[in-house]
Write a protein that binds this ligand. Structure first.
Ligand code: 5GP
Length: 114
């Protein structure tokens, strides 16, 4: 099966500014940042979206959630606060079919999002 864009980034076939990686996930700076800090955290496993995740992914999803805080602390945005976004499907605004968590901070966020 063709690798997803984010698999290619995780495998270093496409360059990106990687800020964290381990055996299960990779985090890198968004190419088109919507905030002073804008990181994408992706599992190495190409789960298409949150809607496609299954019970077998429970531990992986928990790992990702815990890494969000670690990355936010490392980026210096944990104390001031930050936004996490997980777009799912067309109506959710998902453009890359590989589950990813946006971690955004460094400015005050608005609510509700558009
Ligand atoms: P989505 O819209 O699917 O929630 O988010 C996809 C994100 O991936 C967007 O914020 C977009 O800027 C980012 N993106 C798309 N292509 C690339 C790329 O080649 N490299 C990096 N670092 N980010 C990308």
């Amino acid at each position: 099966m063709e690798k997803t864009l984010f698999q290619k980034i995780a495998d270093r076939e496409i360059p990106a500014q990687i800020v964290y990686e381990d055996d299960r996930c990779v985090a890198f700076r968004d190419i088109s940042p919507a905030a002073p800090v804008h990181i994408l955290l992706v599992p190495r496993k190409p789960v298409t979206s949150l809607a496609a995740a299954g019970a077998e992914d429970a531990e992986l999803l928990a790992h990702l959630m815990l890494k969000v805080g670690d990355i936010a602390r490392a980026e210096g945005i944990a104390e001031g606060g930050f936004r996490t976004v997980l777009n799912t499907g067309a109506d959710g605004g998902q453009t890359v079919p590989h589950l990813h968590i946006h971690i955004m901070g460094g400015r005050s966020m608005q609510w509700p999002p558009g």
